[in-house]
Design a protein around this ligand. Structure first.
Ligand SMILES: NC(=O)c1ccc[n+]([C@@H]2O[C@H](COP(=O)([O-])OP(=O)(O)OC[C@H]3O[C@@H](n4cnc5c(N)ncnc54)[C@H](O)[C@@H]3O)[C@@H](O)[C@H]2O)c1
Length: 338
């Protein structure tokens, strides 16, 4: 009989509902408990799971196999480390960490504590993403020339008022990049491969009470010669579909509105595949359920997969480089340990 893993969720805010539903839909795990400082958040768990206000008490009392960390960004690494040290596997929401030092500690967790630590970059599990990576990376369409990632979303001032950590640089590590478009940066580096240099700018165009950027752009120079252009804002009037494009010598691949299309040799656009739309907000992408299923399959020794801390760290380092470039007003090299 299949092993069903006992799961706890730490942080029962906005994203937690997506985890509750995804855990409920995956046979390999079941929700045993949840934790939030705010007792009113227990409602997210529904009937059945135990509720705690102290995650350490939850770890002591519940004999969990894994925790999902859905906390403000600055808490991901310390809480992940406390869970790993208690022998509990971890699935952390993105970004895995805020500072360079936190990233390094996350990258060491698995070796140090012999647990599985995965990062929630769920868009990797979208059918459109998988197909684009396979087709553009196959070499069948020639050399990769260009990669584009565009995120134009809407977050009102109230979004930051409701959870002030989101507007604090120390707590969130950044705005529209760390919180929203990190998924798109992650896909861009998966498509483009190793990065050589980044030239970027970050801005605050909106009248939001925040320290963090609401708008950012960057040129990403890949080591293979391909050029990337990235733009993200949360100051748009709506949550548009993210757009990701990869241009090879003989074909243009484009993901938009949950559809992957191909245009070969300047011909007609043709549909390759569409993404399934699951529970949760559609602009998060539909991959949480797929990512969680794969994580527990892998934990059970089956043919699964997960995004490791080393893989998840690349997009955080891209954001660090965009800040550095913006501050210096010049292109910065990816460099050692980049
Ligand atoms: N993968 C995605 O597409 C996606 C989408 C949305 C949010 N997220 C991520 O999910 C995480 C949470 O974001 P959110 O918007 O749900 O935040 P939120 O502010 O709505 O929720 C965070 C919750 O954590 C609780 N909390 C804070 N400190 C705590 C502690 N020490 N112990 C227990 N609970 C504590 C808060 O009371 C709050 O309920 C972030 O990392 C965010 O980037 C990911």
């Amino acid at each position: 009989m299949e092993t069903v893993r006992k799961v706890g969720i730490i942080g029962l805010g906005v994203v937690a509902d997506t985890h509750v539903k995804a855990v409920g839909a995956v046979d390999q795990c079941s929700l045993a408990a949840g934790c939030d400082l705010d007792p009113e958040r227990r409602a997210v768990l529904g009937v059945g799971p135990s509720f705690y206000t102290d995650y350490r008490e939850m770890l002591e009392c519940e004999q969990l196999d894994a925790v999902h960390i859905c906390l403000p960004h600055d808490l991901h690494q310390p809480v992940a480390e406390a869970c790993a040290a208690a022998g509990v596997n971890v699935l952390s929401e993105k970004p895995e960490a805020v500072t360079g030092e936190q990233l390094r500690r996350m990258e060491q967790l698995e070796d140090r504590y012999h647990v599985q630590v995965g990062i929630c970059l769920q868009n990797r599990y979208n059918e459109t993403t998988k197909q684009l990576l396979e087709m553009a990376g196959s070499g069948a369409y020639g050399r990769l020339k260009a990669v584009k990632g565009i995120v134009t979303w809407h977050r009102p001032a109230q979004y930051y008022e409701n959870a002030p950590w989101r507007g604090s640089f120390a707590r969130s590590g950044g705005g529209c990049m760390m919180n929203q478009s990190i998924h798109t940066l992650d896909l861009m580096q998966l498509i483009g491969g190793p990065i050589e240099a980044i030239h970027g700018t970050v801005s605050r165009w909106m009248d939001y009470p925040t320290e963090v950027e609401d708008t950012a752009g960057a040129r990403i120079c890949f080591a293979n010669g391909a050029e990337g252009i990235f733009f993200a804002t949360v100051g748009y009037g709506d949550n548009s579909s993210v757009e990701v494009e990869a241009v090879c010598e003989r074909a243009v691949f484009n993901i938009k509105n949950y559809r992957l299309t191909i245009r070969e040799n300047g011909g007609e656009e043709r549909l390759v595949c569409t993404d399934r739309r699951l529970n949760g907000k559609t602009y998060y992408g539909a991959g949480h359920e797929a990512l969680i299923r794969e994580f527990y399959r892998k934990l059970n020794g089956e043919a699964g997969s997960y995004v490791t801390c080393r893989e998840g760290a690349v997009s955080v380092r891209m954001i660090h480089k965009i800040y550095e470039s913006s501050l210096k007003h010049q292109k910065v090299q990816w460099g050692q340990g980049g």
